[in-house]
Ligand binder design. Structure first.
Ligand code: NAD
Length: 688
């Protein structure tokens, strides 16, 4: 197999358990004859002196500086038999989308942090993976097994979830000929949730058995702990000395994190390491432990201090030997590599992956007009991840070539260059019957861009919408119009509800867009009213995120780009006008829910983030995130610029169960990081 792995780190084991896991797994995987490319995001933390592996013998290791630079590896990602994305990868959601858009082989998510991931998904925290991308992976490989796997499939829609536990390095962890120094030891960093168990199963027994000797190795234990005199404290025990520590222990204690206990079936690497040293293990109790080591014969479970004291009084050597034999027979990196091979082979044989290989000419089609723009490119990626065959129609008027590059090459993605003002091309109309969904996003959205050719903007809204509605009518497809909060003009009510009719100037420079969208809505509802098409109308409020055009004159991109480049920052008006900013993944989620919902299409739906702030407040966040010291220039407010903007999203919440999940801080962090990469890229190219 040729595989590509995008993981947190292979090059640096500094402060993360991922590199050790990948090194063991991938060297064993390569030993089975497979070819591996590991792609790692270049981040300052894991660079320089923190990098402790530069040229692994078992795989190629390459770094990419920005999300956009990942595209240099598009060919390898597309051609690989399987592509694996790990947990904690920076911009993991975007990386997942990219992989799902381009990989033709099987795709896998390897979660080394499953309980943490699931808790985050519950909270809507999408730092490295989101619920939306999970169904797009052919297999979800998890450090946690048991019922959690079923939950990942049922609740998050993974086609299959399989356990791929941590493993032990049997060379480094083996019994060493050192004398027994302690009766019971524990090796682990202090943690609040483990401390009560340590207190119960080691510290209290030490008090009660002063003749026995104990040791606790690991950092960060607070000074307030009252250690009995027969407990030796070892603040720092280098990994190279772990095996000797275990070998010098008659028993060692295994204490599990609360989230791992709650999930069950989550062995820690320390459990396997102690067992591989032949040291008898006394462990806290959690579901699934019996599937790894048999209680009594291979491990002893303890609930109370008395249980510990009883264990210490028995001869344990046979327990340690049995545990070592079991771990060596099932939990080394070689076992994991064989399991990984089997899981990937299974994923590669499934129908979906077959489908990816053989472009299915009869699959239903989704048309995204304006799909090469900012929101459109995110929507196309999400639709591809869901399994749609996407036809993107765009005249490239305000599109970014790199947005399109991210999508091209996907076997279910097609690009048609055309202007919606013109009659739709034959490549679309000749297969009208196969379209089931038509999204209309075609229209420049930023004022300087849509005012450049106002007549064309108006025609795009009106004539373009008419062409796309007729296609939907002919196809029997559902049609979604992306309208805008601008239909409310400079609003007199606040926040804006869908039944507010707006305060729009039909003679000003913004009218081509505002009135164009109002006319497009009118026409869309007429098609619905007369039974010609099943329609949905979204009124989008300010949206931001990666893949925006750096020069499109919108407030978020303007402020970030100026702050990053150190140019004076321009604020139009006095900055007290308000806006509400929605992160693009939330918006795309709303659009897709609206399209798929069975609501009455005659109701427009606001989609936006109600978190309202002044432009000055937005600037404050951006200055803080970018560390910009640039001065601020205040310029006159453009004509008809709305003073206040905030959606009432109660209709979307009630009908679609939708609300934004990415908070402003997180969204801005991702957007600033993306723009920083974009602004750096040409300079890097020029320097090269
Ligand atoms: P964008 O300018 O990045 O994308 C618009 C896309 O439509 C571009 O790729 C452009 O080339 C294409 N296009 C324009 N005119 C066309 C034509 N006549 N024929 C074919 N293609 C054409 O804008 P965006 O931010 O991605 O906005 C997408 C949609 O969402 C627009 O309809 C916009 O009105 C609406 N919207 C966006 C926001 C926002 O904050 N981004 C807010 C409200 C509404």
């Amino acid at each position: 197999m040729k595989i590509v792995v995008l993981g947190l780190s292979l090059g640096s084991s500094w402060g993360n358990g991922h590199a050790t896991t990948f090194r063991a797994l991938l060297s064993a995987f390569a030993a089975r004859g497979h070819d591996i490319l590991f792609l790692e995001r270049e981040v300052p933390w894991y660079a320089g002196a923190h990098r402790d592996l530069s040229d692994p013998a078992y795989c190629r290791l390459a770094y990419y500086r920005t999300l956009a630079a990942l595209d240099d590896w598009r060919g390898e990602i597309a051609a690989a038999d399987a592509v694996i994305v790990g947990s904690y990868v920076p911009d993991g959601v975007e990386v997942a989308r990219y992989v799902q858009a381009h990989a033709r082989g099987a795709t896998a998510f390897y979660d080394i942090d499953t309980p943490v991931t699931l808790a985050r998904l519950e909270r809507g925290d999408t730092r490295y993976v989101s619920a939306e991308v999970i169904p797009g992976f052919d297999v979800y490989l998890s450090f946690t097994g048991g019922p959690t796997l079923e939950r990942i499939e049922r609740q998050f829609g993974a086609p299959r979830a399989r356990a791929l536990y941590c493993s032990v390095d049997a060379e480094a962890y083996r019994p060493l000929p050192v004398g027994k120094k302690w009766d019971l030891t524990y090796l682990g960093t202090y943690s609040d949730d483990r401390q009560p168990t340590l207190e119960r199963l080691l510290i209290e027994p030490a008090r009660r058995a002063p003749e026995k000797r104990f040791a606790v190795a690991g950092p960060q234990y607070p000074d307030t702990i009252d250690w009995p005199a027969n407990v030796e404290r070892i603040e720092h025990l280098p990994p190279a000395e772990h095996a000797a520590f275990y070998s010098a222990s008659r028993w060692t204690l295994n204490v599990t994190r609360a989230d791992m206990i709650a999930a069950g079936w989550s062995p820690s690497v320390r459990l396997f390491e102690a067992a591989a040293c032949g040291t008898p293990i006394l462990s806290d109790r959690w579901d699934g432990i019996e599937t790894l080591l048999t209680p009594e014969s291979e491990i002893v479970l303890a609930d109370t201090s008395e249980d510990t004291l009883a264990a210490l009084s028995r001869d344990a050597a046979a327990v340690g030997e049995a545990a070592r034999a079991r771990v060596l027979a099932a939990h080394t990196a070689h076992h994991r590599a064989a399991e990984l091979e089997a899981h990937l082979a299974e994923a590669m044989q499934n129908e979906r992956t077959e489908g990816k290989r053989m472009k299915n000419q009869n699959a239903p089609l989704t048309l995204v007009a304006g799909g090469a723009g900012f929101i459109g490119s995110h929507l196309c990626a999400a639709l591809l991840a869901r399994g749609d065959h996407v036809v993107c129609l765009d005249n490239l008027q305000t599109a970014r070539a790199s947005n399109l590059k991210l999508l091209e090459g996907h076997p279910r993605f097609e690009f048609v260059k055309a202007d919606v003002v013109d009659p739709l091309p034959a490549s679309i109309t000749s297969r009208a019957g196969r379209f089931t969904r038509v999204y209309n996003l075609a229209c420049a959205a930023s004022p300087p861009q849509y005012q450049e050719d106002p007549e064309h903007t108006m025609l795009t809204c009106v004539v373009g919408t008419d062409h796309l509605l007729r296609l939907a009518e002919q196809a029997g497809a559902r049609f979604l119009l992306t309208s805008t909060s601008e239909v409310y003009g400079d609003p007199e009510i606040h926040p804006q509800r869908e039944d507010y009719r707006g305060f729009v100037n039909c003679t000003g420079p913004r009218a081509c867009y505002d009135e164009g969208k109002r006319a497009a809505e009118a026409m869309t509802f007429d098609f619905a009213r007369t039974g010609r098409a099943d329609v949905r109308v979204a009124r989008i409020f300010n949206t931001y995120g990666p893949q925006m055009h750096p020069d499109d004159g919108r407030v978020v991109s303007n402020l970030i780009c100026q702050a990053l480049s150190g140019r004076p920052i321009t604020i139009y008006g006095d900055g007290t006008q308000t806006r509400s900013f929605c992160y693009v993944s939330d918006l795309v989620d709303g659009l897709m829910r609206l399209m798929e919902s069975d609501i009455d299409g005659m109701e427009p739906i606001n989609l936006g983030n109600p978190n309202e702030m002044t432009v000055n407040e937005l600037l404050g966040h951006i200055v803080e995130l970018t560390g910009s010291g640039a001065g601020v220039e205040y310029r006159p407010l453009p004509v008809d610029d709305p003073r206040r903007r905030r959606p009432d999203i109660s209709r979307a919440a009630a009908l679609l169960g939708w609300e934004p999940r990415v908070d402003l801080r997180e969204g801005l962090e991702r957007t600033c990081a993306w723009f920083a990469g974009e602004l750096a890229a040409p300079r890097v190219a020029a320097a090269a």
